[in-house]
Ligand binder design. Structure first.
Ligand SMILES: *Cc1c(COP(=O)(O)O)cnc(C)c1O
Length: 227
């Protein structure tokens, strides 16, 4: 059944990309609070990349599914005291938003792992409740990431405000697209703009997303977070 939802979602993504004359973005399946069995079901249907928000929850799932050769992305806020564990567990960290994390992730990335793929998270709507750096901090953080041999700068990530006014949402996606363009001109390794979730991914795809992060539309509603 998850296999059907996956193929429908991939079809919707392809249609949205075609309508906007853009390449089809990568699908990150957001599996936070979903059981390992659901991840395994999607993996058997062909999905490889999964996004998790909580380092400890991810640790258990990654361990349980170690034989499946999956790609794991951290998309939740990373506390500095969890950077060591994250540097061991994940293939990508999408939520780097301050200098302190860069040194820690680099120091702790095991030598026998490939370099850790990193996105800079941007607080594009300047929301007090959200993590992410300010747009004018992107260049400095990106330069610092690019200087670390154990890290690979891949691009930017954002969670724009779910504003009811579509024009405001489009404006946020466009600001991200412009930031991404400027960054790619400075760093040849930059190829990823991660934005768009279940509610807004067609709009994100139309405005430059190369990776969308979809949870609810794939897995159904999430169980609530255990206390
Ligand atoms: C939970 C989450 C998603 C997925 O959200 P859905 O609305 O379930 O698709 C995407 N990105 C981030 C950062 C998230 O925390």
């Amino acid at each position: 059944m998850l296999a059907d939802t996956l193929s429908e979602t991939l079809q919707h993504l392809e249609n949205a990309a075609k309508a906007a004359h853009r390449p089809t973005p990568a699908l990150l399946a957001v599996s936070k609070l979903q059981p390992a069995s659901a991840v395994a079901e999607l993996a058997r249907a062909g999905q490889r990349a999964f996004g998790e928000n909580y380092v400890q929850e991810a640790q258990a799932k990654i361990g349980e599914l170690a034989g499946m050769d999956l790609e794991w992305h951290l998309i939740g806020h990373l506390q500095s005291n969890k950077a060591e564990l994250a540097a061991h567990l994940f293939d990508w960290v999408q939520t780097v938003d301050r200098h302190k994390l860069i040194g820690a992730l680099s120091r702790y990335r095991p030598a026998d792992h490939a370099p850790l793929n990193v996105l800079v998270q941007v607080n594009i709507d300047d929301e007090a409740s959200k993590h992410g750096c300010a747009p004018d901090e992107v260049a400095g953080l990106a330069d610092a990431i690019a200087a670390e041999p154990r890290l690979r700068l891949r691009g930017l990530m954002a969670i724009p405000a779910p504003h009811p006014d579509t024009a405001r949402r489009i404006a946020a996606f466009r600001r991200m697209q412009a930031l991404q363009g400027a960054l790619a001109a400075r760093h040849a390794s930059v190829d990823t703009l991660s934005m768009g979730m279940s509610e807004d991914y067609p709009l994100a795809v139309a405005h430059g997303a190369t990776m969308v992060r979809i949870g609810t539309a794939l897995f159904g509603a999430r169980p609530s977070r255990p206390a």
